[in-house]
Design a protein around this ligand. Structure first.
Ligand SMILES: *Cc1c(COP(=O)(O)O)cnc(C)c1O
Length: 426
């Protein structure tokens, strides 16, 4: 976001206001960090949001890129409006796989041919959980974390019911998140599948993906990682770390827009052996054979079911290009700088007011957001939204500060923390 896009007050007024409420050191530190930020030029790639002084919810819904209206216009006029149905053959049929390969290359540390874009995260979780349980006959437990995102738990419970499996819960420390020893304590020769989030949607805790995956493999089970809160903000190496299956959102740090389809990763060695349960024509060996019986295709296309939402696959492409340009290591470095700075601002401005820090202070063990807690945060969040300061509220008393590295500055982060402080002291 450019400076000029926050017209709530002029930069000078704002400086006076910020300085006037006794955070001049933090403000100059924020400006120093922004001036030294090698990715700062990307801030201008995002569309202006009039009236928004701090957008701290990029971990729930990423911002649109500035050039998106033009791209959507071209798509409608040319690809759809002029090429019409010919575009299916010319480009759209291959898009779920091509875009999957692009996500894999830019953000997953995975070779081509193992990732597709389709459905929603929830639907892909269902397909992959069913496929994984079926691939481990004789094993009847699914391990999942008690604090995992609701859809992950609900779908695991449904799959357990359908397959006669039992859910086994991991209950880790809420701030530190799930560890390899937590997982080692619950897996056994009965475990078919372990489902965990790479970054916890509440605390922001970052799980040790290689260590946990290896514990799960030692027990003979399959590992499914939910990457919704880590893809595009935390680097990973799915191939090298032996991950079997993964799913993730594209509307969070990949800025695909509301309802943009999710992606699924299935390790190449499982292709053919692992089959998903929704046998739509897009997963058939010959899509246009229109034959009497279903025969699944061998490769990653097997995870598709029906016609992909092509228009909803447009917005994420620009963001993937930006992330590729920056490189995931630089994105992670900026993310750590932003969350470190947010913790520092919390210490100075919010801790004295009784606000709790619900995220680890150890940057190596957290993702791209931090969560703070206070009894009044439900009302505080309503007030902040009305003022154009947009964090997100998580029941019962948490505010998440989601700091999407390419679209968020340190000064914007400080504006958010100061606004929380102001709301608490008003
Ligand atoms: C955001 C999120 C989802 C969302 O699933 P949808 O099917 O896209 O609604 C699922 N799991 C986790 C961990 C998430 O953070």
């Amino acid at each position: 976001m450019s400076e000029s896009s926050t017209p709530i007050e002029s930069a000078e007024d704002e400086h006076r206001r910020v300085a006037g409420i006794s955070a001049p050191d933090l403000l100059s530190e924020a400006r120093r960090l922004d001036a030294a930020d090698p990715l700062a030029h990307h801030l201008d790639a995002f569309a202006d949001a009039p009236g928004v002084a701090a957008y701290l919810d990029g971990n729930s819904l990423g911002r649109p890129l500035r050039d998106l209206p033009e791209k959507v216009g071209t798509f409608i006029r040319e690809d759809w409006g002029t090429r019409l149905i010919r575009s299916w053959d010319e480009q759209w049929m291959a898009l779920p796989m091509q875009l999957g390969d692009r996500i894999a290359e830019v953000a997953l540390g995975a070779a081509a041919g193992q990732t597709v874009v389709a459905d929603s995260t929830s639907v892909l979780l269902y397909k992959l959980m069913r496929a994984a349980v079926a691939a481990r006959p004789g094993r009847d437990e699914i391990v999942i974390e008690a604090g995992n995102f609701p859809t992950d738990r609900f779908i695991a419970a449904g799959v357990a019911k359908e397959t006669g499996a039992t859910l086994r819960w991991v209950e880790p420390d809420e701030v530190a998140g799930v560890t390899a020893s937590d997982v080692a304590a619950v897996v056994s020769e009965r475990t078919a599948l372990v489902v965990l989030s790479h970054v916890d949607y509440r605390s922001g805790a970052l799980a040790d993906m290689p260590a946990i995956t290896s514990v799960v493999h030692d027990a003979g089970a399959l590992m499914l990682w939910d990457l919704c809160h880590s893809v595009g903000v935390v680097p990973m190496q799915l191939d090298e770390w032996g991950v079997d299956l993964a799913v993730g959102c594209t509307y969070k740090y990949l800025n695909g827009g509301p309802g943009s389809p999710a992606f699924a990763y299935l390790r190449a060695e499982h292709h053919g052996a692992v089959t998903q349960p929704i046998h739509g024509w897009w997963s058939a060996s010959d899509i246009f054979a229109m034959g009497p019986e279903y025969a699944p295709v061998g490769g990653i296309r097997q995870l598709l079911s029906g016609t992909p939402p092509v228009m909803s696959m447009l917005a994420m492409q620009g963001m993937l290009d930006l992330i590729a340009d920056a490189g995931m290591p630089a994105v992670r470095a900026k993310s750590i700088s932003l969350t470190d700075f947010a913790v520092r601002a919390y210490d100075e401005l919010l801790a004295p007011l009784g606000v709790r820090l619900l995220t680890t202070r150890d940057a190596a063990h957290r993702g791209g957001h931090i969560t703070i807690g206070h009894d009044s945060f439900q009302q505080v969040t309503q007030r902040l939204w009305a003022e154009g300061i947009i964090p997100d509220f998580r029941f019962p008393d948490g505010i998440r500060l989601g700091l999407s590295p390419l679209s968020t500055s340190h000064e914007e982060t400080l504006r958010g923390v100061l606004a929380v402080r102001d709301a608490l002291t008003a």
